[in-house]
Design a protein around this ligand. Structure first.
Ligand code: SF4
Length: 329
C-alpha cells in the first residue's frame, strides 16, 4: 500500500433514512443522519481517531457505513483507495479481516451457546491462522494472556459466565489473533463497569502499538476520547463541526458546540460539598436543528444573520485544527 494513501477515507458521505409513511407513503419523513461527511485516517502510522458526538449525531451510522452494513445515499468510502462496496463484492473475507469491529454491547456479541475457546477457535479456522489444533490452542492461550485474561479461569466458560469487562477484552484477544489494520470501536466501554474501563483502554492502546493498528473510536464521552485518541472529530446532527489533534480540540475548542461539550464534562472538586444530584449542562438539542445554514444556529450564543442563511465550511483556524463556524472566516 502507498503509505501516503489514507487507510480509510470518507468523501462527502451522506446517509438519508426514510422514516414512516403509510399507504401512498403519506407522512413519510426524511432524516439526514450523516451530511456530507469527509475525513481520512492516514495510512503511514497507526492512529486512534475519536468520533465524538451526542446520541443522534450520526456517529454509529458512520460506523455501519464503514463496515458495509449500510450503503451511503451519496458520497464514497474508500479503504486503501478502493470503494468499500467493491471490497465487499470481490474481497469480502480480506476486508472483514482487515477491518474489525467492537460493538457497544458485549452481551449481544457472542453466541450464548459457544464457550470461550470456541469463539476464538472459529476465528482461527475462518482466517486460517493456524496449521494444527495444537498451534491454534497455543495462539488462543497467548492472545488471552497478552490481554491479561487467564485462560485457566475462562476457557470452558460460556459468555454469560464472564463479566462485561471480560467479554469486551475477549474481543481484544480476538483482534490480537486477527491482526486487523483498522478497528471500528463503537462505544466499547459504555456498558462495562467504570472501574474496569481503563484496563480496556490500556489494552487498546497496547494493541495499537503492538499490531500497528489504527482505530476509529466512537464515543459520546469527551473524557475517554481525550484519554485514548490522537485526533478527534466532533459531530453535531450528522455534520462535522470540528476536527484536529485531540488535545487541541479539548484544550482549545473552537466551535461553540464543542465548547458546550467541554463545559459539560464534570470536574471533581474536593472542596465542594456534595448536595443533591450532579448537574451537567444540558447539551441535548434534537428538535432545535436549523432548517438551513449552520446546524447549531438555533442554540448558538454567537449566531449571526449569515449563520441562518449559509452552511459554514470547515475552516482551518489553527494549523491542523478546523471548525465549521463563521467566527473563523
Ligand atoms: Fe454559531 Fe454561526 Fe458559528 Fe454556527 S456558524 S456555530 S451559528 S457562530
Amino acid at each position: 500500500m502507498n503509505m501516503e494513501q489514507p487507510l480509510l477515507e470518507l468523501r462527502d458521505v451522506t446517509k438519508v433514512f426514510k422514516i414512516g409513511g403509510g399507504l401512498g407513503l403519506v407522512g413519510r419523513r426524511l432524516i439526514r443522519a450523516v451530511d456530507r461527511v469527509s475525513f481520512a485516517i492516514p495510512g503511514e502510522s497507526p492512529i486512534i481517531t475519536a468520533l465524538v458526538g451526542e446520541s443522534g449525531s450520526g456517529k454509529s451510522t458512520i460506523a455501519r457505513l464503514i463496515l458495509g452494513l449500510l450503503e451511503p445515499t451519496s458520497g464514497v468510502i474508500l479503504y486503501k483507495g478502493r470503494d468499500v462496496r467493491s471490497w465487499l463484492k470481490s474481497d469480502r473475507v480480506m476486508y472483514r479481516r482487515e477491518v474489525q469491529v467492537i460493538f457497544q454491547d458485549p452481551y449481544s456479541t457472542y453466541n450464548p451457546f459457544y464457550r470461550v475457546e470456541r469463539v476464538l477457535h472459529m476465528v482461527i479456522k475462518k482466517f486460517g491462522l493456524a496449521s494444527s489444533e495444537r498451534e491454534g490452542r497455543d495462539l488462543i492461550m497467548e492472545s488471552m494472556r497478552t490481554i491479561g485474561l487467564r485462560p485457566e479461569d475462562l476457557l470452558g466458560r460460556y459468555p454469560h459466565q464472564l463479566s462485561g469487562g471480560e467479554r469486551q477484552r475477549l474481543m481484544l484477544a480476538r483482534i490480537l489473533l486477527i491482526k486487523p489494520k483498522l478497528v471500528v470501536a463503537d462505544e466499547p466501554v459504555s456498558m462495562i463497569d467504570v472501574s474496569l474501563r481503563s484496563i480496556f483502554l490500556e489494552n487498546l492502546l497496547d494493541l495499537k502499538g503492538r499490531l500497528k493498528m489504527s482505530c476509529l473510536y466512537i464515543t459520546h464521552d469527551l473524557n475517554i476520547a481525550h484519554y485514548v485518541a490522537d485526533r478527534m472529530i466532533v459531530l453535531c446532527l450528522g455534520n462535522i463541526v470540528e476536527m484536529g489533534e485531540a488535545k487541541s480540540v479539548v484544550g482549545e475548542a473552537l466551535h461553540p458546540y464543542t465548547r458546550l461539550l467541554v463545559r459539560s464534562i464534570p470536574i471533581p472538586d474536593p472542596r465542594r460539598r456534595w448536595k443533591g444530584r450532579l448537574q451537567v449542562e444540558d447539551i441535548t438539542f434534537r428538535g432545535f436543528q436549523a432548517e438551513q445554514g449552520c446546524v447549531f444556529s438555533n442554540r448558538c450564543p454567537h449566531a449571526m444573520p449569515v449563520c441562518k442563511e449559509e452552511t459554514p465550511p470547515l475552516i482551518e483556524a489553527r494549523p491542523g485544527h478546523k471548525a465549521a463556524c463563521f467566527l473563523y472566516r
